[in-house]
Write a protein of this length. Structure first.
Length: 150
């Protein structure tokens, strides 16, 4: 759903909070990069959301949080005149009413070497789920990532 909203209403612009490794558990256990909490592990997040979608888990905390987040973002984008009033209403309707299957997980492959380092923010330790580094890119463009679904 996030990609759909980004592509249709935001010109493909994405806000991403990400980690460096898809499956940190496969790394050397002494490596700081392996010390990722399940709530920040890309493979863990993907598997959890995929399972909730397959089971049609209507009480999914993850999906419900995203529904709320996008409804709020629609208002913020409208107030900032980044989208119209009608688009804001559409987004709010879509995120509240559309089926669970539209929230299926997607894996973004982001080659770090093509992103200007000034656009990659390191998340401060107090906001991370664990010891491993986490990153935010507020303006990821369509041509800067690939999407996998499995």
């Amino acid at each position: 759903m996030s990609k759909y909203i980004s592509d249709k209403y935001r010109g493909g612009l994405q806000y991403v909070w990400c980690g460096e490794h898809f499956n940190p558990a496969m790394l050397n256990k002494l490596s700081p990069a392996s010390m990722v909490a399940p709530s920040s592990s890309p493979i863990g997040l993907y598997k959890k959301l995929d399972e909730e979608i397959k089971l049609n888990e209507r009480h999914s905390a993850t999906i419900n949080a995203h529904r709320t987040k996008f409804a709020k973002l629609a208002i913020q984008w409208k107030d900032a005149r980044e989208i119209t009033e009608e688009q804001s209403k559409e987004i709010t309707y879509i995120v509240k009413k559309f089926a669970m299957s539209y929230w299926r997980p997607l894996l973004y492959i982001i080659p770090r070497n093509i992103i200007d380092a000034s656009r990659i923010e390191i998340v401060e330790p107090a906001r991370r789920a664990s010891l491993a580094d986490e990153f935010i890119i507020k303006d990821l463009n369509l041509d800067e990532y690939d999407v996998l679904e499995f």
